[in-house]
Design a protein around this ligand. Structure first.
Ligand SMILES: [Zn+2]
Length: 245
């Protein structure tokens, strides 16, 4: 659980820090201590920049551990942080996730303003805008990590599975979504285990395969400047499991 009442207190304390806020590159080397208010007039501490994709991955892991334990940090969406990132941004990871209301990306990784480039579409379905947005995060904002996050009981894949199994059609661009996600459902036909869970994992794998073919993403992966990973969010526990790729 977040702590809105405490955050309101922090917001009031940080209000005096607005005029003293530093630019986006002037990050402080210390992490805020959970539950400790910053004295008025000081810049808000932020995490130091990550050196590579592995460090970025560890930061996401640590944030998810805090989320699962309901021990989230308080400070990265306060006024001083907002002022800091208004001067520029240095997000440390790009994440493609589903639109599912139960999987808000910044919350499940306990990250704040300016930390993540988040791209969302139902089931993580790729089209030109989604791929271009991911490429923007990587090529223009230089995030060294790209995570494709699937999640438990994904409604988009469940609907796709039902549409294919029952040969039903959907109105509008929902049919486009079904067509886009269909290869994941078709890939797991006849395999043991829960079909929906299998399709969710197959889908993140197919997305990564497609993204590697991007002329922006592929060369960065090959040169070691960009780390790609699939991940799975469990609704029941809040835990994100990263998969080696
Ligand atoms: Zn979903």
């Amino acid at each position: 659980m977040r702590h809105p009442s405490r955050r309101r207190i922090l917001t009031a304390a940080l209000a005096g820090a607005v005029t003293g806020a530093t630019g986006c590159g002037a990050q402080q080397p210390t992490q805020p201590t959970a539950g400790t208010a910053q004295p008025a007039g000081t810049a808000q501490p932020t995490a130091p920049p990550v050196a590579n994709g592995n460090e970025a991955l560890e930061r996401l892991r640590a944030g998810n551990v805090r989320f699962v334990a309901a021990q989230e940090q308080d400070l990265d969406e306060g006024i001083a942080r907002r002022i800091t990132v208004s001067k520029g941004q240095h997000p440390f990871a790009t994440v493609l996730g589903c639109v599912d209301s139960r999987v808000p990306i910044e919350l499940v990784f306990d990250q704040g303003l300016g930390d993540l480039v988040v791209v969302r579409s139902a089931g993580g379905a790729l089209d030109q805008s989604v791929i271009g947005s991911i490429e923007f995060g990587i090529a223009e904002l230089h995030t060294p990590l790209l995570v494709v996050l699937g999640h438990q009981r994904c409604g988009a894949l469940d609907a796709t599975m039902k549409a294919l199994n029952h040969r039903t059609s959907h109105p509008g661009d929902l049919a486009y979504l079904v067509d886009t996600l269909a290869p994941a459902v078709q890939q797991i036909e006849g395999k043991p285990g829960d079909p929906l869970t299998n399709a969710i994992h197959a889908n993140t794998g197919l997305i990564l395969t497609k993204l590697r073919q991007s002329p922006v993403i592929g060369p960065l992966v090959k040169s070691g400047k960009l780390k790609l990973t699939a991940a799975y969010y469990e609704l029941d526990t809040g835990k994100v499991t990263f998969r080696a790729t």
